[in-house]
Design a protein around this ligand. Structure first.
Ligand code: URA
Length: 215
Protein backbone atom coordinates (compact mmCIF):
# COMPACT_ATOMS: atom_id res chain seq x y z
CA UNK A 1 0.00 0.00 0.00
CA UNK A 2 1.24 3.49 -0.83
CA UNK A 3 2.40 5.47 2.22
CA UNK A 4 1.08 8.99 2.18
CA UNK A 5 3.99 11.29 3.06
CA UNK A 6 3.84 13.34 6.25
CA UNK A 7 2.71 16.88 5.44
CA UNK A 8 2.67 19.97 7.65
CA UNK A 9 -0.62 20.68 9.40
CA UNK A 10 -2.67 23.73 8.41
CA UNK A 11 -1.40 25.54 11.52
CA UNK A 12 2.12 24.11 11.45
CA UNK A 13 3.97 25.87 14.31
CA UNK A 14 7.56 25.00 13.32
CA UNK A 15 8.71 28.43 12.03
CA UNK A 16 7.67 31.42 14.18
CA UNK A 17 8.43 34.00 11.49
CA UNK A 18 6.34 32.13 8.90
CA UNK A 19 3.52 31.63 11.40
CA UNK A 20 3.42 35.39 12.06
CA UNK A 21 3.44 36.11 8.31
CA UNK A 22 0.65 33.58 7.77
CA UNK A 23 -1.50 35.21 10.48
CA UNK A 24 -1.02 38.65 8.96
CA UNK A 25 -2.18 37.39 5.57
CA UNK A 26 -5.11 35.44 7.05
CA UNK A 27 -6.37 38.74 8.43
CA UNK A 28 -5.80 40.62 5.19
CA UNK A 29 -7.06 37.91 2.81
CA UNK A 30 -9.32 35.46 4.67
CA UNK A 31 -10.33 33.70 1.44
CA UNK A 32 -6.78 32.69 0.52
CA UNK A 33 -5.09 29.41 1.42
CA UNK A 34 -2.64 31.12 3.85
CA UNK A 35 -1.39 27.73 5.09
CA UNK A 36 1.22 25.17 4.06
CA UNK A 37 0.72 24.11 0.44
CA UNK A 38 0.64 20.39 -0.20
CA UNK A 39 2.13 18.65 -3.21
CA UNK A 40 0.26 18.20 -6.48
CA UNK A 41 0.23 15.01 -8.59
CA UNK A 42 0.43 11.27 -8.15
CA UNK A 43 2.96 9.54 -5.89
CA UNK A 44 3.49 6.73 -8.43
CA UNK A 45 5.05 9.02 -10.99
CA UNK A 46 8.70 9.05 -12.11
CA UNK A 47 9.50 12.76 -11.82
CA UNK A 48 9.35 15.07 -8.80
CA UNK A 49 9.65 18.81 -9.46
CA UNK A 50 10.81 20.75 -6.41
CA UNK A 51 10.22 24.50 -6.31
CA UNK A 52 11.34 26.96 -3.67
CA UNK A 53 8.27 27.95 -1.65
CA UNK A 54 4.68 29.06 -2.37
CA UNK A 55 4.40 32.45 -4.04
CA UNK A 56 2.50 34.97 -1.89
CA UNK A 57 -0.19 35.67 -4.49
CA UNK A 58 0.21 32.33 -6.25
CA UNK A 59 0.18 29.03 -4.34
CA UNK A 60 -0.36 30.81 -1.03
CA UNK A 61 -3.60 32.17 -2.50
CA UNK A 62 -4.83 29.19 -4.52
CA UNK A 63 -3.44 26.30 -2.44
CA UNK A 64 -1.81 24.50 -5.39
CA UNK A 65 1.94 24.69 -6.10
CA UNK A 66 2.85 27.23 -8.79
CA UNK A 67 -0.76 28.14 -9.43
CA UNK A 68 -1.60 31.79 -9.87
CA UNK A 69 1.69 33.49 -10.54
CA UNK A 70 4.26 34.11 -13.24
CA UNK A 71 6.38 31.09 -12.35
CA UNK A 72 3.35 28.84 -12.75
CA UNK A 73 2.42 30.33 -16.13
CA UNK A 74 5.78 29.24 -17.53
CA UNK A 75 5.98 25.94 -15.64
CA UNK A 76 2.52 24.70 -16.59
CA UNK A 77 2.79 25.87 -20.22
CA UNK A 78 6.05 23.92 -20.51
CA UNK A 79 4.64 20.83 -18.80
CA UNK A 80 1.63 20.83 -21.14
CA UNK A 81 3.73 21.33 -24.25
CA UNK A 82 6.12 18.50 -23.29
CA UNK A 83 3.37 16.02 -22.37
CA UNK A 84 3.89 16.20 -18.61
CA UNK A 85 0.41 17.64 -18.09
CA UNK A 86 -2.92 17.58 -19.88
CA UNK A 87 -6.00 19.77 -19.75
CA UNK A 88 -6.10 23.50 -19.27
CA UNK A 89 -4.24 25.52 -16.67
CA UNK A 90 -6.14 28.27 -14.90
CA UNK A 91 -4.48 30.82 -12.62
CA UNK A 92 -7.17 30.29 -9.97
CA UNK A 93 -6.70 26.54 -10.04
CA UNK A 94 -10.25 26.22 -11.28
CA UNK A 95 -9.30 23.86 -14.09
CA UNK A 96 -9.01 20.27 -15.26
CA UNK A 97 -5.23 20.23 -15.32
CA UNK A 98 -3.79 16.75 -14.72
CA UNK A 99 -0.11 16.07 -14.22
CA UNK A 100 1.27 13.15 -16.25
CA UNK A 101 4.23 11.27 -14.83
CA UNK A 102 5.26 14.09 -12.56
CA UNK A 103 4.46 15.52 -9.14
CA UNK A 104 5.19 19.03 -7.91
CA UNK A 105 6.20 20.09 -4.43
CA UNK A 106 8.05 22.93 -2.73
CA UNK A 107 11.22 22.69 -0.67
CA UNK A 108 9.56 24.96 1.90
CA UNK A 109 5.80 24.56 2.26
CA UNK A 110 4.84 27.97 3.68
CA UNK A 111 5.15 31.31 1.96
CA UNK A 112 8.19 33.22 3.27
CA UNK A 113 8.46 37.03 3.29
CA UNK A 114 10.14 38.20 0.07
CA UNK A 115 10.38 34.61 -1.16
CA UNK A 116 13.36 33.98 1.10
CA UNK A 117 13.20 31.21 3.67
CA UNK A 118 15.90 31.33 6.35
CA UNK A 119 18.31 28.45 6.87
CA UNK A 120 16.39 27.46 10.03
CA UNK A 121 13.09 27.44 8.12
CA UNK A 122 14.55 25.28 5.34
CA UNK A 123 15.87 22.87 7.97
CA UNK A 124 12.52 22.73 9.75
CA UNK A 125 10.75 21.83 6.50
CA UNK A 126 13.31 19.24 5.35
CA UNK A 127 11.54 16.22 6.92
CA UNK A 128 8.52 16.90 4.70
CA UNK A 129 10.68 16.83 1.58
CA UNK A 130 12.43 13.66 2.75
CA UNK A 131 9.06 12.01 3.37
CA UNK A 132 7.88 13.09 -0.06
CA UNK A 133 10.87 11.53 -1.82
CA UNK A 134 10.62 8.35 0.25
CA UNK A 135 6.94 7.96 -0.68
CA UNK A 136 7.57 7.84 -4.44
CA UNK A 137 8.41 4.21 -5.31
CA UNK A 138 8.97 4.83 -9.04
CA UNK A 139 10.97 8.01 -8.77
CA UNK A 140 13.71 8.36 -11.43
CA UNK A 141 14.34 12.09 -11.66
CA UNK A 142 14.05 14.98 -9.24
CA UNK A 143 14.11 18.39 -10.90
CA UNK A 144 15.28 21.15 -8.60
CA UNK A 145 14.22 24.63 -9.57
CA UNK A 146 17.00 26.80 -8.19
CA UNK A 147 19.87 26.38 -5.78
CA UNK A 148 17.91 26.28 -2.54
CA UNK A 149 15.80 23.39 -3.78
CA UNK A 150 18.95 21.62 -5.05
CA UNK A 151 20.64 21.91 -1.65
CA UNK A 152 17.57 20.70 0.21
CA UNK A 153 17.13 17.70 -2.09
CA UNK A 154 20.76 16.74 -1.51
CA UNK A 155 20.25 17.03 2.25
CA UNK A 156 17.07 14.97 2.04
CA UNK A 157 19.05 12.26 0.25
CA UNK A 158 21.80 12.31 2.86
CA UNK A 159 24.41 14.06 0.70
CA UNK A 160 26.45 17.11 1.63
CA UNK A 161 25.18 20.22 -0.14
CA UNK A 162 28.64 20.57 -1.70
CA UNK A 163 28.61 17.01 -3.09
CA UNK A 164 27.07 18.12 -6.42
CA UNK A 165 27.39 21.70 -7.68
CA UNK A 166 24.17 23.29 -8.92
CA UNK A 167 24.22 24.27 -12.60
CA UNK A 168 21.40 24.98 -14.99
CA UNK A 169 20.88 21.97 -17.29
CA UNK A 170 23.01 19.61 -15.21
CA UNK A 171 21.92 16.10 -14.29
CA UNK A 172 23.62 14.49 -11.31
CA UNK A 173 23.51 10.76 -10.59
CA UNK A 174 22.71 11.04 -6.88
CA UNK A 175 22.00 7.34 -6.36
CA UNK A 176 22.22 4.26 -8.60
CA UNK A 177 18.65 4.80 -9.74
CA UNK A 178 18.00 8.51 -9.25
CA UNK A 179 19.04 11.61 -11.21
CA UNK A 180 18.91 15.11 -9.81
CA UNK A 181 18.31 17.60 -12.63
CA UNK A 182 18.87 21.34 -12.20
CA UNK A 183 17.16 24.34 -13.70
CA UNK A 184 17.21 27.99 -12.83
CA UNK A 185 13.95 28.81 -11.11
CA UNK A 186 11.20 29.89 -13.54
CA UNK A 187 10.58 33.09 -11.54
CA UNK A 188 9.58 36.40 -13.02
CA UNK A 189 12.95 37.82 -11.96
CA UNK A 190 14.95 35.12 -13.77
CA UNK A 191 12.92 35.36 -16.95
CA UNK A 192 12.84 39.18 -16.96
CA UNK A 193 16.62 39.35 -16.58
CA UNK A 194 17.17 36.73 -19.29
CA UNK A 195 18.89 34.33 -16.89
CA UNK A 196 16.25 31.78 -17.89
CA UNK A 197 14.47 31.79 -21.24
CA UNK A 198 11.45 29.69 -22.20
CA UNK A 199 13.72 27.75 -24.60
CA UNK A 200 16.26 26.99 -21.86
CA UNK A 201 13.46 25.78 -19.61
CA UNK A 202 11.94 23.69 -22.40
CA UNK A 203 15.28 22.00 -23.03
CA UNK A 204 15.42 20.81 -19.42
CA UNK A 205 12.11 19.00 -19.88
CA UNK A 206 13.19 17.59 -23.24
CA UNK A 207 16.26 16.09 -21.55
CA UNK A 208 14.11 14.64 -18.78
CA UNK A 209 11.78 13.09 -21.34
CA UNK A 210 14.76 11.63 -23.26
CA UNK A 211 16.10 10.09 -20.08
CA UNK A 212 12.73 8.54 -19.20
CA UNK A 213 12.34 7.17 -22.72
CA UNK A 214 15.82 5.64 -22.60
CA UNK A 215 15.48 4.08 -19.13
N1 URA B 1 5.11 28.95 -6.61
C1 URA B 1 5.45 27.80 -5.99
O1 URA B 1 4.60 27.01 -5.58
N2 URA B 1 6.74 27.52 -5.84
C2 URA B 1 7.71 28.32 -6.26
O2 URA B 1 8.88 27.97 -6.12
C3 URA B 1 7.33 29.51 -6.91
C4 URA B 1 6.04 29.80 -7.08
Amino acid sequence: MMTVPAAPSRDCPLCPRLVAFRHRWRQKEPDWQNAPVNSFGDLNTQVLIVGLAPGLRGANRTGRPFTGDWAGDLLYATLISRGFASGAYDRHGDDDLTLLDCRITNAVRCVPPENKPTTAESKACLPFLSAEIAAMPNLKIILSLGGLSHGMVLSALGHKKSAFAFGHGRMHAVTDTLLLANSYHCSRYNTNTGRLTADMFDLVFRKIRQHLDAS
